[in-house]
Design a protein around this ligand. Structure first.
Ligand SMILES: NC(=O)c1ccc[n+]([C@@H]2O[C@H](COP(=O)([O-])OP(=O)(O)OC[C@H]3O[C@@H](n4cnc5c(N)ncnc54)[C@H](OP(=O)(O)O)[C@@H]3O)[C@@H](O)[C@H]2O)c1
Length: 267
């Protein structure tokens, strides 16, 4: 039985009308009308990915029930969940829906979505330049918007199910990340969760497109040996020339885990 989160600090933040069962557990939660927010779980030593063959989030959190609850709650607030193809390739059986990670409270998450005027499920949006996607992945089969390049679309070759749409946003090695978010805006997606991974988050931060970052700090120490293990932001150097100072806006605790929420500086 999940216990309520201990709220250690909370800034003055927007508050949705959250169903009782969810607010009893988490407390207040809300977002600006237009927002992009990320959610990661990190080991104490800053590792968020363990290489191929591991569902890194589950391993790093130890499938900690409150972390799964928060993942579900953040998904339940969003119009769309955006991921890079690297995350999809690393997570073969996953569905990016609230109920997939916390089925016990599926009806409360649905009630929240209804209150907020959201669709039944957040739309999954997958970014890929290469088009190296398994069209039989259950999340693709359930329906996704695939943002890609001309070459990526050719590689997908129309094999996607009818529940998917494929949108070409560029011709080269990759498209400008801002184009992806302009496309989502034209589709009416304004409250957007990104579940990464680190290369996508790096691009978002470098382009001032990430407004908030949720970070679960797991008490586990992952270590780094010969294989490369990613941190939350990859593919871009920020410090020392481009420091991004964020502001702590919420801290919650469950046992040895911290649940942090940061606001990133506006562009
Ligand atoms: N601990 C956590 O909370 C957490 C959360 C999320 C992910 N992860 C882990 O992170 C790892 C994956 O991270 P990652 O950084 O390699 O993957 P990622 O950021 O999810 O995906 C990177 C890929 O996204 C596509 N992409 C990104 N920007 C693009 C653009 N502007 N235009 C076109 N395509 C674009 C490209 O796909 P193509 O290569 O297909 O062109 C790129 O290689 C996995 O191990 C996963 O388990 C951990």
């Amino acid at each position: 039985m999940l216990e309520p989160f201990e709220v250690l600090f909370e800034a003055d933040l927007p508050a949705y009308a959250v169903p009782d069962e969810l607010s009893r557990l988490y407390g207040r939660l809300g977002f600006a009308d237009r927002v992009v927010y990320s959610n990661f779980v990190s080991s104490l030593d800053g590792v968020v990915a363990l290489g191929s063959g591991f569902s890194a989030g589950s391993v790093i959190s130890g499938k900690f029930e409150p972390d799964r609850f928060l993942m579900a709650l953040l998904r339940a607030c969003a119009d769309a969940v955006v991921i890079g193809a690297g995350t999809m390739r690393a997570t073969p059986g996953h569905l990016w829906t609230p109920a997939h990670v916390y089925p016990d409270l599926a009806s409360s998450f649905s009630a929240l979505r209804e209150t907020l005027g959201r669709a039944l499920q957040p739309r999954l949006v997958v970014l890929t330049a290469e088009g190296d996607l398994d069209v039989n992945h259950p999340a693709v089969q359930k329906g996704a918007t695939i943002l890609t390049t001309q070459q990526g679309a050719e590689r997908i070759g129309g094999r996607q199910p009818a529940s998917c749409d494929v949108v070409i946003l560029g011709r080269g090695r990759q498209f400008k990340i801002a184009r992806a978010f302009d496309e989502l805006e034209t589709r009416g997606f304004r409250v957007i969760l990104t579940e990464g991974g680190p290369h996508l988050i790096g691009e978002l931060i470098a382009n001032h497109l990430l407004d908030e970052a949720f970070l679960t700090l797991s008490p586990v120490i992952a270590g780094r040996g010969k294989t490369r293990r990613l941190g939350m932001v990859e593919g871009v150097d920020l410090l020392p020339l481009v420091p991004v100072w964020s502001r702590l806006v919420s801290v919650r605790r469950q046992l040895d885990y911290l649940f942090l929420r940061y606001a990133l500086p506006p562009a």
